[in-house]
Design a protein. Sequence first.
Length: 289
Amino acid sequence: MKLFQHIGAALVLSLLLVTTATATPGLWVAKNDHATVYLFGTVHLLPSDTNWSSPELDKALRESQRLSIEIVDDDATSMQTLVMQYGVDLSQPLSSKLDDSDQRSLEHAAETAKLPGGAQTLQPMRPWLAALTLTMAPLIQAGLDPNLGVDKLLKARMQKDGKPVDGLETAEQQIRMLADLPEAMQLDFLRQSFKEVAEGPEKLRGLIDAWRDGDTTTIARIEDEDIRKESPMLYQRLIVERNQAWAKMIAERMQQPGVSFIAVGAGHLAGPDSVQVQLKRLGIDVRQE
């Protein structure tokens, strides 16, 4: 998500309107005497005609003995159950949590996103779920298919080769990262979605261009700066803390022999708090392939 495979700002990068193009996204590697870990940034929705393979990526996948992606237990039935449990509040409609200005912004965003049922559809939702729904609606309508996401295609490829695939987090953990946020932070997330909807596809096209080129500087500038400046607590919770946890896990994995391939949302591999930066703080050198 950036949750449903990407969270927060990272989710926005994951749901992009793009044109046909050959992609060469960033690939990094950390090595010591007995272990190798590849790091690859993903997007979770793509048109079917986007080619993102490369010789370097193919070589890394062939060498790798296992794949780790953000979540693997994201089947539709499980996700629907979790959303109902953590994302719906029938006792307090969304409008009761908004002032007049935010209510107008919500209605305008729902109209701009062409959300079926308009803002009324969002009323039973808690703010975090309303934010994701607003962000995703126009992209799903544009024909982007979650089944074509990079992480799912990597998973299918590795399973076809008989290699194990595991999740860095569970679907419930990801959803609860948002559901357990204080309501004020959830409302910040919702307001961020108003801005994303208003900005339209141009910003998203810029992000996908940066992903194709492995341009982490541009990814960080476009994707992370707003949330870091406007809601630093949200940025800390959804980006920094997760990057730190993953870096610690990678450091532990590198104490054992083997070759691993780890694919996470591209926003986590960009910016001053990226997974690579966290690894360097743990004394692990990372280089770009």
